[in-house]
Design a protein around this ligand. Structure first.
Ligand code: HEC
Length: 165
């Protein structure tokens, strides 16, 4: 990996810490205090508060900052078992302080409203599935994404633009 890439990844990681810290929690899976503060919020509000800073309110992301768009790729990702594991381990979720139920809700919001998938292409998450997937250990999420992208490419699914191969 070139130093330029490392610096950008470090920048995104710092931004993730800042946004998680600002909301009072920087820890990982199913953080009870963080999720209590957000209790009762709609999935859309959770998204706007915890995700839209990087992914934008419309889910377009920002290619130059390494944030891929949801439209066109979220559907294929969530129809693949490895892809489902991957999306529950992205840094924005790992550092979000959201409970498993909230992660299921916010991912289902992304699928329904921002993925450009029709109802037949959506495979929603349950709290129980999120709990099971988050319990798996994924030490390097960028490398894991690469594996998922290669797997989907074999099925003829092109990856969305993403600056880190
Ligand atoms: C600090 C910026 C940031 C925040 C906040 C953030 N994300 Fe992300 N997200 C990223 C980046 C960067 C990626 C690309 C994967 C990577 O580099 O790890 C990503 C990838 C994803 C992906 C997989 C898309 C793909 O094509 O790889 C999903 C799904 C996702 N994020 C959902 C969320 C949700 C839901 C939230 C809010 C709870 C959230 N993210 C918060 C930066 C962020």
């Amino acid at each position: 990996m070139r130093p330029g890439r490392l610096r950008r990844i470090a920048g995104v990681a710092a931004a993730a810490c800042l946004s998680a810290g600002a909301a009072g929690s920087a820890s990982g899976a199913d953080d009870a205090s963080g999720s209590r503060a957000l209790a009762g919020m709609s999935p859309k509000s959770l998204y706007l508060l915890r995700c839209s800073g990087c992914h934008r309110p419309d889910g377009q992301g920002a290619i130059s900052a390494g944030v891929p768009p949801f439209a066109g790729f979220m559907g294929p990702l969530t129809r693949d078992p490895m892809g489902r594991t991957y999306v529950t381990h992205v840094p924005g979720i790992a550092g979000s302080g959201l409970s498993n139920a909230q992660v299921a809700e916010v991912l289902n919001y992304v699928l329904e409203d921002l993925s450009a998938e029709g109802p037949e292409g959506r495979r929603p998450f349950s709290e129980a599935e999120v709990a099971r997937l988050r319990a798996q250990s994924i030490p390097d999420v960028v490398a894991y994404r690469r594996g998922v992208v290669a797997r989907l490419a074999k099925q003829g699914v092109p990856a969305v633009a993403y600056p880190w191969p």
